[in-house]
Design a protein around this ligand. Structure first.
Ligand code: FES
Ligand SMILES: [Fe+2]
Length: 390
């Protein structure tokens, strides 16, 4: 048992003020962004329970393709089996737990690098030398623990919880909001991992904080957007959607790079859509591509942001793609660079002696919704307040 209260965040005055109606609410105490005990609780009650989007199916395109991951420290091995199904195993050798594969590649079997136990792509232990005298040991009954793994339109989801919420229930809102795009035939054009000196929640909050866009990003995505009246739609599980806004593609002009995604052909010129898919995904639609950002804690004060940009397949495979990618990255790095400076400053403020978190703006409805969801999961569920942020 850890020492953190489970009595609910509303029993703590420095957190309870976040639960007031938006017009009366203040931001919560900074410790939720830097306390290691909070992160440990989040690992148990959030990352250890939920479905987690870990990337695209084309990253393990061929039978035998594999990728070793550590999800909040937990070793996971993603494999495409010979039957075409993508599966996830605990990447822990059944002998002493060493990761049986690292990095990524293509394999017919996996050999643990420590004492050489051998595994098939189906997780079955095929060989274990010098074990004949180990009484009762039968390698045929030994198989790597399999973790739930599902694919929605090419996006792969894994759960560290072997009995998670049914995937159909979890994915229903993502499917409702973004399923019409038909992302299965699209392909990953850009994937980067970006380390940041801030708590993982601050980056998720930043991406739904449209309050800052007209100020911080006035020369980029803030050029067209009206941020005085953001139509936040708040849903269960802390999810937030902004169903349509005017931002444009990450080009100098804001126009599309090449052509639109077929499902978005009839949308306005700079059609944009956004959502938080809890626990840690921010999803964005532009007329010609979609962007998924996932925020992963490293420790309480640092994180890695994974950036996935998916375009129609023929765009990614076209000779022009390197030029499109370069242009995207120039604009993306400018926008994200502006954001990164802010979230790292927020992180510092979370420990500043003389900072008392201030009042919320009505434009922070989405941010409040996400914060309250996390507070309830960190400190325990409580009876809903009639004055909650809905
Ligand atoms: S830890 Fe893998 S064979 Fe010993
Ligand atoms: Fe921003």
């Amino acid at each position: 048992m850890d020492s953190l209260s489970r009595r609910g965040a509303r029993s703590d005055a420095s957190l309870a003020k976040a639960f007031l109606p938006l017009t009366q609410a203040s931001h919560p105490d900074g410790r939720i962004y830097h306390d290691p005990a909070v992160l440990e609780r989040e690992k148990q009650t959030i990352f250890g329970r939920d479905w987690l989007c870990i990337g695209r199916a084309e990253e393990v395109a061929e039978p035998g393709d594999y990728k070793a991951l550590r999800l909040v420290g937990q070793p996971v091995l993603l494999v495409r089996r010979p039957d075409g199904k993508v599966v996830a195993y605990s990447n822990t050798c059944l002998h002493r737990g060493v990761e049986i594969a690292s990095g990524e590649g293509n394999a017919k079997e996996f050999t643990c690098p420590y004492h050489g136990w051998l595994y098939g792509l189906d997780g079955q232990l095929l060989g274990a030398a010098h074990m004949r005298d180990s009484e009762g040991f039968d390698r045929k009954t030994c198989r790597l623990p399999e973790l739930p793994c599902e694919n929605f339109q090419g996006w792969l989801f894994v759960s560290l919880n072997r009995t998670p919420e049914p995937f159909a229930d979890y994915i229903a809102e993502f499917a409702e909001k973004f399923g019409y795009i038909d992302m299965e035939p699209m392909r990953l054009g850009i994937q980067r991992d970006i380390p940041l000196n801030c708590n993982w929640k601050l980056m998720v909050e930043n991406f739904i904080d449209f309050y800052h866009i007209g100020v911080l990003h006035k020369d980029t995505i803030g050029r067209y957007m009206k941020t005085t009246d953001v139509p936040y739609e708040t849903r269960k599980r802390g999810q937030v959607f902004i169903n349509e806004y005017d931002a444009g593609s990450h080009t100098q002009s804001g126009e599309v790079f090449v052509e639109r995604i077929p499902a978005l052909k009839d949308k306005p010129a700079r059609f944009s859509q956004a959502g938080v898919i809890t626990p840690n995904v921010n999803f964005f639609v532009r007329p010609d591509y979609v962007m998924l950002y996932s925020s992963w804690p490293v420790d309480a004060d640092t994180m890695v942001m994974k950036q996935f940009i998916v375009f129609p397949r023929h765009i990614v495979e076209s000779p022009r793609f390197p030029e499109i990618k370069a242009q995207f990255l120039v604009m993306s790095d400018k926008i994200l660079g502006e954001d990164f400076a802010m979230v790292e400053s927020l992180q510092n403020a979370s420990k500043a002696t003389h900072f008392v978190p201030g009042r919320m703006s009505r434009l922070e409805k989405g941010v409040q919704h996400f914060i309250l969801h996390n507070l309830e999961r960190i400190y325990g569920a409580e009876p809903p307040l009639t004055a909650a942020a809905e």
